[in-house]
Design a binder for this molecule. Structure first.
Ligand code: NAP
Length: 265
């Protein structure tokens, strides 16, 4: 089978290496490539994909919203999230999914308890995917510079500006979904961990660097931390499962991405 990830820019994507490790571990003869698509050519997307004879593809920045108009069907979660990161091509029909939220959920599964009080920093695409997934079973507050962004979502979460975040000790799980702390951005974090309770889990969906300023601060306060590598792997694993109906080899995928990241240091 043939798969790809489309985006712009895309040359640094770890998806091909991750998916090939999975194909190899499962003795599959599939292909997965990175397709750089100039935004000005995006309206040719149907022809571009048809020419590659793909069975499915991932979608990344900046096309996760624009791709929706080309899908014949969009599953409920992706509609609520307002973005598609996985397209399954079945009998010529494009079916859109979003695996970011479920990927995040799977990546922290072992730390989840019922009805957690969750604080999510940021209100972009990744935040909306994670919020939609978590709000089914947990209490979610989203903090963002502008609350209007959250108020337009088609599901209910509490929202606050950073100034309105007063008592951080009430949260069981804090998730940074902003690029603050990412390589190339300022090495800082949006909250200080000194007010968090000892059982609070601090999660950052960034995985370069491996330990962001937020996670370092949390570790200095002896809190459990999780970076974004697991989410990246699990969203890819879920895409593979949608395309093939086969369970992905998550361990092979994780090892491949970890090795590739070490090679970049
Ligand atoms: P996005 O849609 O552009 O949203 C970015 C969010 O961050 C917005 O809410 C924005 O706030 C906020 N933000 C940006 N700069 C900020 C600053 N200096 N201070 C406070 N808030 C700031 O981006 P996205 O697609 O959600 O991605 C966000 C991050 O998640 C990126 O670092 C991306 O690499 C990472 N990510 C990781 C995975 C994974 O698999 N691990 C998957 C997806 C994304 P405003 O609304 O106020 O502008």
């Amino acid at each position: 089978m043939n798969f790809a990830v489309i985006g712009h820019p895309i040359s640094h994507s770890l998806s091909p290496v991750m998916h090939h490790a999975n194909f190899k571990a499962l003795w599959r003869d599939d292909e997965y490539c990175a397709l750089n698509i100039e935004p000005k050519h995006f309206h040719h997307i149907k022809d571009i994909i048809a020419e590659k004879a793909l069975d499915g593809f991932n979608v990344t920045i900046p096309f996760k919203v624009d791709i929706m108009q080309y899908c014949d069907e969009i599953d409920t979660a992706a509609q609520m999230i307002g973005a598609v990161n996985t397209v399954h091509i079945k009998n010529g029909q494009w079916i859109g999914y979003n695996t970011d939220g479920i990927g995040y959920l799977f990546s922290i599964q072992e730390h989840l308890k019922d009805n957690m009080n969750v604080l999510i920093l940021g209100a972009g695409g990744a935040s909306r995917a994670i919020s939609y997934t978590l709000v089914q079973h947990h209490r979610v507050t989203v903090a963002n510079r502008t609350v209007s962004r959250v108020q337009s979502w088609p599901f209910e979460v509490a929202c606050k500006t950073y100034d309105q975040l007063d008592d951080l000790s009430v949260y069981d799980l804090v998730i940074n979904t902003t690029p603050v702390g990412m390589t190339g951005y300022e090495d800082t974090s949006l909250i200080a961990c000194d007010q968090l309770k000892a059982s609070c889990i601090v999660s950052d969906i960034i995985y370069t660097p491996e330990t962001t300023a937020l996670l370092k601060d949390a570790q200095q306060h002896q809190l459990n931390t999780i970076n974004g590598l697991g989410m990246f792997v699990m969203q890819g694993a879920r895409s593979f499962e949608i395309w093939t109906g086969q369970v992905a080899n998550v361990q092979a995928m994780t090892e491949a991405v970890t090795t590739a990241l070490k090679g970049r240091k």
